[in-house]
Design a protein. Structure first.
Length: 202
């Protein structure tokens, strides 16, 4: 795709969506990690309702372990998949304490070794928490990128690599946030539209 068209796309997204801040509520790297883990197959709105209560009583790996899986599972039930998510979070907290002094690692390899953390989750944490120019590609971003011709790929990883290649440096930090906000926008008719062969980007 022509670089001028790509740049125009991001420029219009920037104008329409502004700062493009994450819709997940968190106050530190640990809370961000948990919020993203909980967001799998759920909505940011539901996650925020759950984490508002959870983070009031548990905002560190130590406090999560003291809470225990049974109570944790009950608290996070509204987000769905609570048995698996609670198990993964407990295991993750143990690893964080045993191997990272309770801190969230700032590299993909270490993040992806944590239970419940895949490439997409790692990308979100690296971008939102550490300001790294990563782009989280989920099914929606994959579909939109391929449909519009912005980044063609057979897999989400292919699409991520292509997005990183075609996205101008100045837009990389906010690129995945733009896609996320496009997906969660309540005003679909107001979604930015750029000339990509006459097709909307969402």
């Amino acid at each position: 795709m022509d670089s001028k068209v790509v740049n125009r796309l991001y420029k219009k997204l920037s104008k329409q969506l502004g700062a493009a801040e994450s819709e997940l509520g968190y106050k530190n790297h640990f809370e961000l990690l948990l919020a993203v883990i909980l967001s799998a197959q759920s909505t940011d709105k539901t996650v925020n309702l759950v984490t508002k209560d959870l983070f009031n009583i548990c905002s560190t790996p130590e406090s999560i372990l003291l809470l225990g899986q049974k109570k944790l599972q009950k608290i996070i039930r509204p987000v769905g998949l609570s048995p698996t998510k609670s198990k993964n979070i407990i295991s993750t907290c143990k690893i964080l304490l045993d191997e990272h002094n309770g801190k969230i690692p700032d590299n993909r390899e270490a993040l992806e070794l944590l239970p419940g953390v895949g490439r997409k989750t790692a990308n979100v944490v690296l971008n939102e928490g550490f300001g790294q120019a990563t782009i989280a590609v989920d099914t929606h971003v994959f579909r939109v990128s391929n449909r519009t011709g912005l980044a063609i790929g057979k897999t989400t990883l292919d699409t991520e690599i292509e997005l990183l290649r075609v996205t101008p440096k100045k837009w990389k930090a906010n690129a995945h946030r733009y896609f996320c906000l496009l997906y969660t926008s309540d005003a679909a008719d107001d979604t930015p539209c750029v000339d990509l062969g006459g097709r909307r980007i969402i």
